[in-house]
Ligand binder design. Structure first.
Ligand code: APR
Length: 230
């Protein structure tokens, strides 16, 4: 069975109503990302950070996967599908996709600030004073700027033998995620779906198709193109 790796960013969730990071003039829901997504921001004002992710977590209860998420799940009928997402929402999970690698963490998980393996699932708010089983303060299980990306090795292992790669709704500005396209095998065909992406932003030696459209329309187009090669 042929293998497709789907690399998604904030743009795939835009049509579900979740704001992207760089479309709003570099503000994430009105905040400078370094205020709410960095260890410095956490040290400076943990209450702001906890509240920010409480708001993001609450928002998940009001949004649904869109047709792009659902079409990707349906692709599992014909291909081996591995999703490598930079998103921290759970829309791929709620669309029914099975193989999902979250490079930047997950909104519905929290962990001990002392022991990053002490992770628990929550849909509720967390506050200063809420502790993990080791008695240490709970923090969002999110990869902040400047922190390690523990899942990157697993992502590389999964992309090196892909027959197709779909890049959906990411500005390809954040590493190491953006560097994954340099691990593609010869013969792997790349489709990039994004209304604003320019061809020079994806620097691959592989066969490359840029679909300048939204995720909902573009994923359907890319899937038709992939199926026509099977
Ligand atoms: N369909 C497809 N793509 C879209 C849509 C849409 N409806 N709307 C916007 N986009 C595109 C934008 O053109 C942009 O290229 O989605 C991309 C979103 O880019 P970013 O906002 O930079 O988001 P992303 O690439 O996921 O950011 C990567 O940066 O802030 C950190 O950790 C955070 O995971 C995030 C990482």
């Amino acid at each position: 069975m042929k293998k497709v790796v789907v690399l998604t960013g904030a743009g795939i969730s835009a049509e579900s109503g979740i704001k992207t990071f760089r479309d709003a003039g570099g503000l994430w829901e009105g905040h400078d990302v370094m205020e709410v997504a960095s260890p410095e921001g956490w040290r400076k004002n943990p209450h702001l950070v906890l509240d920010f992710y409480n708001q993001r977590r609450k928002q998940l209860k009001e949004v649904l996967p869109n047709k792009a998420h659902l079409d990707i799940q349906k692709l599992e009928e014909d291909l081996e599908v591995i999703i490598i997402t930079q998103n921290v929402d759970d829309l791929h999970e709620r669309a029914g996709s099975k193989n999902i690698i979250h490079l930047h963490g997950e909104l519905l998980k929290v962990r001990s600030i002392k022991n990053s393996t002490l992770i628990s699932v929550t849909t509720e708010d967390i506050f200063w004073g809420d502790t993990a089983s080791d008695g240490a303060q709970l923090r969002p299980h999110i990869v902040w700027f400047g922190e390690e990306v523990p899942m990157i090795e697993k992502a590389i292992e999964n992309i090196i033998d892909a027959d197709f790669v779909l890049i959906i709704g990411t500005s390809m500005q954040v590493y190491p995620a953006a560097g994954l396209i340099h691990y593609l095998k010869n013969g792997c065909i790349v489709y990039a779906i994004d209304p604003n992406l320019e061809i020079h932003q994806i620097n691959v030696k592989n066969e490359f198709h840029l679909i300048k459209d939204t995720a909902v329309n573009g994923v359907a187009k890319a899937i038709r193109m992939i199926k026509s090669t099977l």
